[in-house]
Write a protein that binds this ligand. Structure first.
Ligand code: HPA
Length: 272
């Protein structure tokens, strides 16, 4: 098997098209912790394939993640959903972390919706609050674009101004005017941040912290896809009064809110 990440993503894209019905998926959605119930409301699943049947994926390990791609009918559109995100903290290199996003974009998805669970630090944020990602700070120290660049697929130096498409954020806010926007800071994990790190993030202008999303957003922009990011505040960040890091409670907050977000997802994939 090749170890060129772009050739591998092309092979995975072909496999996805073979297994999910040879159709163009309008958008790709990456499911973050607990987001399953929201996406279940989009429409009927018409095809499903385990990521183990698609070239290039590691076996996933993290609690609450089951590795599948689903093709969902949303009105007259098809949407591809990836459940079972790959994280840096599992020990995988950046190319593996973004392999799913690359594969779905190369299979035809021109919009990538990234969902996640995060810690919130902006004053007033509460567990259970969904926030649109307006911008990010990549504090992982790595990039999925390091290495040879396939110029036919994307530019060597990628412009990340408006990485999270204003058009898509406006569409989401038109459907749910209560949605606020924030800056997401991506940490490598797997440990939660220290209170001093959260103090630093606040001074940088960050509103949320998490362990995913930023590398996938970069890879999607590199291939020319539009990106929408939805972060769900599952807990207040380290050092804040009321901060809580119980993994089960974080998943439970995510599940309860995701249920409420089902209507937004249903309408969003039809509107964008
Ligand atoms: N920090 C980092 N990642 C997270 C958090 C957090 O507080 N909550 C959920 N994912």
């Amino acid at each position: 098997m090749t170890d060129d990440p772009y050739i591998l993503a092309q092979q995975a894209a072909e496999a996805l098209r073979r297994k999910l019905g040879d159709v163009d998926h309008h958008a790709a959605i990456v499911l973050g912790s607990g987001w399953g119930p929201a996406v279940d409301k989009i429409g009927e699943t018409v095809a499903e394939v385990s990521i183990t049947e698609i070239p290039g994926f590691p076996a996933t390990t993290v609690l609450g993640h089951k590795g599948v791609f689903r093709s969902v009918q949303a009105g007259d559109r098809r949407i591809v959903v990836m459940a079972g995100r790959v994280h840096l903290y599992e020990g995988h290199p950046p190319a593996k972390v973004v392999h799913g996003v690359r594969s779905m974009v190369l299979a035809g998805a021109k919009i990538v919706v990234l969902t996640n669970a995060c810690g919130g630090l902006r004053p007033g944020m509460k567990p259970g609050e969904p926030v649109l990602i307006r911008d990010h700070i990549n504090f992982t120290g790595v990039s999925p674009l390091t290495g040879p660049n396939p110029d036919a697929l994307g530019p060597r130096f990628v412009d990340l101004t408006d990485c999270y498409a204003p058009r898509l954020r406006q569409a989401a806010q038109a459907l749910d005017p209560a949605l606020t926007e924030g800056v997401y800071v991506g940490f490598p994990g797997p440990m939660f941040e220290t209170p001093a790190e959260i103090g630093m993030v606040g001074r940088w202008g960050g509103d949320m912290v998490g362990m995913s999303t930023v590398l996938e957003a970069i890879a999607a922009r590199h291939l020319g896809a539009e990106v929408l990011g939805l972060a769900l505040v599952t807990n207040l960040a380290a050092g804040l009064p009321g901060a809580n890091f119980d993994h089960e409670e974080i998943l439970e907050v995510a599940r309860a809110t995701a249920e409420r977000m089902g209507g937004l997802f249903h309408d969003l994939v039809r509107a964008i």
